[in-house]
Design a protein around this ligand. Sequence first.
Ligand SMILES: [Zn+2]
Length: 132
Amino acid sequence: MPTNRRIARCEECGETREMATKTECFGCYRRRRRAEEGQPVDRHNPAIRREHRHILKAHAQLLLALGELGVSRNHVFEVLDVIEPYVAPVVEFLRAGERERQLRVHVHDDNMSRDEVPVNDEQRLEGERGQS
Ligand SMILES: [Zn+2]
């Protein structure tokens, strides 16, 4: 099958080949793209799908609304407990906040010092910044 592709000397590898771009053959072009992308991306199988986006958006809007209303911390978590079954499909995308919350509840309930409880990466980084 004839192609309209230009045959020229690739500036990358020096071979005279069918060119993918003005300066690169197909081999060099694909190699560069793979390096740039790091890993293959499958845009047709997104982790966060349309139905997830609706829930995530509503979840964010709810938090913003609670903020606008000046709702206290305990009441915010009560509301989050009530809606938990409704946000279950996206809970894996909210998990970081959940860990943080359990940590704080744990600290409060057991009256432990912060040094005795496991810290997440963010808090550890903050601690290191504070020491330096
Ligand atoms: Zn090449």
